[in-house]
Design a protein around this ligand. Structure first.
Ligand code: CUA
Length: 377
């Protein structure tokens, strides 16, 4: 009897919770209302069966409760009941899956006039590429990946020269134009997800995954990685800014092309007399260092850079080392050579040129510590 009542409370509570929950989805900002519709269908079908099955259990537990002198009859086979159950289950499952199949077929079949957007995932950062005036993306291959060419674009492919390279984690898109996303990964399984667009796709290393959407609301939306891809996974975030065509074109003009980045790899960073720490800050962003290292003293996967310079670090083996320019450069070049006490030895080896190394060390130094000089964040 108590069990029947408890089940009844769970059923009523679940339905009420669904209706009054504050955790509704974010407002839709793309053409994919169908994604919301399929979710609603799934909730309706599973919700219906959840309520019916549990109420049936409540009824039987109450109706056939133990009474002195009564014996249960044993009737294991009922062809009629089985036919009904198979029939209803089949209709329910078809109703659950069929709309999703139709939506998915649309989702991976972009309109032919779609703007191309390449998304490249790497532990633990995002990079982007957009076509130039020709509207084409040049070829890429893992063997071309280097510090100066992090996307691994084919230097000999003429179609790639005017491609817009975005080495930060924020990309802009024009309002109301279909976008075909081509997603690649440099290392492990990632998943590019922008919740308000209701659009996401797994990114499998070694292949290009694709889907499309049309942004329908201007705004700055957070994009995130939706596959557990290592310790830096929760920090693998970025932004997609949706704006009108004029603002988008203006933003596009400010971004370097692949050819520019090859001519002068520092073209992506600000120039000037005190450029080194600023360049290091841009590198810390584009190389993904900031996924694990904070500059405000808060704990991260790796040591915070606030006050790191000039500090004496203790290693796992008990030895100590002064954090100076040489230490930082050594550590970035060869992160596995020694392990700092209190941190897992998981820092990935990143490709950096000598100039980039100097810029990074100078930026880390500028974040304070014994002999650090302050720099504007
Ligand atoms: Cu990339 Cu999680």
């Amino acid at each position: 009897m108590a069990i029947a009542l408890a089940l009844l409370v769970i059923v009523i509570g679940s339905v009420l919770f669904h209706l009054v929950t504050p955790w509704w989805t974010t407002p839709l900002a793309s053409n994919w209302k169908q994604m919301d519709d399929t979710l609603t269908i799934t909730l309706a079908v599973t919700g219906f069966f959840f309520v019916v099955i549990n109420l049936f259990v409540v009824y039987t537990v109450w109706r056939y409760r133990h009474r002195a002198g009564q014996r249960a009859a044993y009737e294991p086979e009922s062809k009629r009941l089985e036919r009904w159950l198979i029939g209803i289950t089949t209709v329910g499952i078809v109703g659950l899956l069929a709309p999703g199949l139709a939506v998915y077929a649309d989702y991976v079949r972009p309109p032919s006039n779609a703007l191309l957007l390449e998304v490249v995932g790497q532990q633990w950062q995002w990079r982007f590429r957009l076509p130039g005036a020709s509207g084409k993306l040049g070829g890429s291959d893992a063997r071309f990946v280097s510090a100066a060419n992090p996307l691994g674009l084919d230097p000999a492919d003429p179609a790639g020269q005017d491609n817009i390279v975005v080495l930060g984690n924020e990309v802009h898109l024009p309002l109301g134009r279909p976008v075909k996303v081509l997603a690649r990964s440099h290392d492990v399984l990632h998943d590019f997800f922008v919740p308000p667009f209701r659009a996401r796709m797994n990114i499998v290393p070694g292949q290009v995954s694709s889907f499309w959407f049309t942004p329908t609301q201007p705004g700055r939306y957070e994009s995130l990685c939706a596959q557990l891809c290592g310790v830096g996974h929760p920090n693998m975030r970025g932004f997609v800014v949706v704006e009108d065509e004029a603002a988008f074109q203006a933003w596009l003009k400010q971004q370097p092309t692949f050819a520019t980045t090859q001519a002068a790899p520092s073209a992506v960073a600000p120039a000037g007399a005190d450029a080194l720490p600023a360049q290091g800050r841009a590198l810390a962003q584009s190389k993904g260092c900031v996924a694990c290292h904070t500059i405000d003293g808060s704990p991260g996967v790796g040591p915070t850079w606030k006050g790191l310079f000039g500090k004496t670090e203790t290693m796992v083996d008990g030895s100590t080392a002064l954090v100076d320019e040489a230490y930082l450069k050594d550590f970035i070049r060869n992160p596995q050579a020694r392990a700092v006490k209190g941190f897992a030895p998981i820092m990935p080896k990143i490709d950096v040129t000598d100039d980039e190394l100097a810029a990074l060390a100078s930026y880390i130094r500028s974040n304070g510590g014994a002999s650090g000089d302050k720099v504007q964040r």
